[in-house]
Design a binder for this molecule. Structure first.
Ligand code: ASP
Length: 434
């Protein structure tokens, strides 16, 4: 049985148990099952797993990116990969939000709805672009790593890689060591992934048990339009972009990306999913590490198609409820702001709401309006993160293909790089001694 199937089973059981607890009211506040099961066992297992994934991110990005840069070995090629992926990330995000606004306006989502009682929401602000740019160069790389500051870590790793190349022959052993460290980190990814079926069960059971189903009927229109556009983006837009720019088979892509999507869905964090995305893109799709080690962490930070779609749908929804007409300039501002906000914000749970408050402030929509969609945001966060991660993988694959760094044999083999779970965790003692 493949790991993806096991994770799916864990997820299905998590939905059944979590929804069962929620609908039966067994997990009412202070009840035994809420205290010891949902907030106790499920919460602990889920958090342990997310910690384990996050633990991998910084060393993995650091080692894989240095070996990637040394693998490319050419600064011009590096620049090309950087600009191609940046352009594609921005393009897909802009299309995503453009389509989202068009669909939401056409459907007239939220029109004529009376204002339901809003949960409290006071906006937090995302960092201004100038500070995002300034922080790309870390004054202290160790601090950047401790804080998981992805753009700074990317910068420092690339610079380290370039400097190693410049040192040349003398640094040969160092490159070798870093490549080995990268292989070790990749093994660690497999170890953590093997725990996923149980952890995903716990994460989903907790999310479902905590879910505010009561709000769902009021927000059904919003949820349906949002999920509809997210699926449209995943299955139509992104697959068209993949086909047009690389000629590769979308069907194979969709099959191979599933495990990364499941991890993204369960953790609601593109950042925490980086290890799985990186593994999926390199070992399942055949993207060379020299490309993926850059495009994946870069994408997790600056590319958020799903989140942009949420911005579009939520803006139209709340503007309609408040009876505010944003007009064409308003919507163009929303598109511009969302694309911009996606650059400066990290792929962590709930960051979409921070971006949304930035967009609202810009177009003059009431920030409290965001309170209206809070009730379903966690669930929507899970879905949009799966779309975010898929976008990162699409762009990585396209860039690799265009640079001649995609192993077609791997891409076309449906079973390449598949993880089974515990069976993959053999310790290679004999080869270690030899
Ligand atoms: N959770 C999303 C991500 O990590 C960001 C968001 O939409 O809130 O990609």
């Amino acid at each position: 049985m493949s790991l993806t199937l096991k994770v799916l089973i864990g997820m299905a059981l998590g939905i059944i148990v979590g929804l069962g607890l929620n609908l039966s009211g067994l997990n009412s506040a202070g009840s035994f099952s809420q205290l010891y099961l949902v907030d106790g066992l499920f919460h602990t297992i889920g958090k342990l797993f997310i910690n384990a994934l996050k633990m991998l991110v910084v060393p993995l990005v650091f080692f894989s990116l240095i070996s990637g840069v040394c693998g490319i070995g050419d600064i011009k090629a590096l620049g090309r990969v950087g600009s191609k992926s940046f352009a594609l990330y921005m393009l897909t995000t802009a299309i995503a939000i453009g389509v989202a606004i068009m669909v939401a306006v056409t459907v007239g989502i939220g029109e004529g709805m009376t204002l339901p009682a809003a949960a409290d929401f006071s906006g937090t602000t995302a960092p201004p672009l100038s500070s995002v740019l300034i922080n790309i160069i870390p004054s202290n790389p160790i601090q950047a790593m401790a804080e998981g500051n992805m753009l700074s870590i990317i910068f420092f790793s690339i610079l380290t890689g370039i400097s190693i190349l410049m040192v040349g022959k003398q640094a040969g052993k160092l490159i070798e060591g870093i490549e080995i460290a990268n292989a070790v980190m990749m093994k660690m990814v497999t170890i953590v992934m093997a725990a996923a079926p149980y952890a995903v069960f716990a994460l989903i059971a907790k999310a479902m048990a905590d879910l505010g189903i009561a709000l769902l009927d009021q927000l059904l229109g919003y949820v349906l339009v949002l999920v509809g556009v997210l699926l449209l983006h995943l299955f139509v837009t992104l697959m068209l972009v993949l086909k047009v720019f690389s000629g590769l088979s979308p069907a194979l892509f969709l099959k191979k990306i599933r495990s990364a999507q499941l991890f993204a869905f369960s953790t609601a964090s593109s950042n925490a999913t980086i290890p799985v995305t990186l593994r999926t893109v390199t070992e399942r799709m055949g993207v060379n590490n020299s490309i993926a080690s850059f495009t994946v962490p870069f994408g997790a930070t600056i590319n958020m198609d799903g989140t942009a779609i949420m911005q579009g749908v939520a803006t139209v929804f709340i503007a309609n409820i408040y009876g505010i007409d944003l007009g064409l300039t308003g919507y163009l501002t929303v598109i511009f702001m969302s694309v911009l906000a996606s650059i400066g914000t990290a792929g962590v749970p709930g960051v979409g709401l921070i971006m949304l408050s930035m967009v609202f402030a810009q177009v003059g929509l009431p920030i409290e309006g965001i309170g209206l969609i809070l009730g379903v945001d966690r669930l929507m966060d899970m879905v949009r993160t799966a779309v975010n991660v898929s976008g990162d993988a699409v762009v990585s694959t396209i860039v690799a293909k265009s640079e001649g760094k995609l192993d077609l044999a791997v891409y076309q083999d449906p079973l390449a790089g598949i993880v089974h779970g515990a069976e993959d965790l053999q310790i290679n003692t004999p080869s270690y001694h030899s």
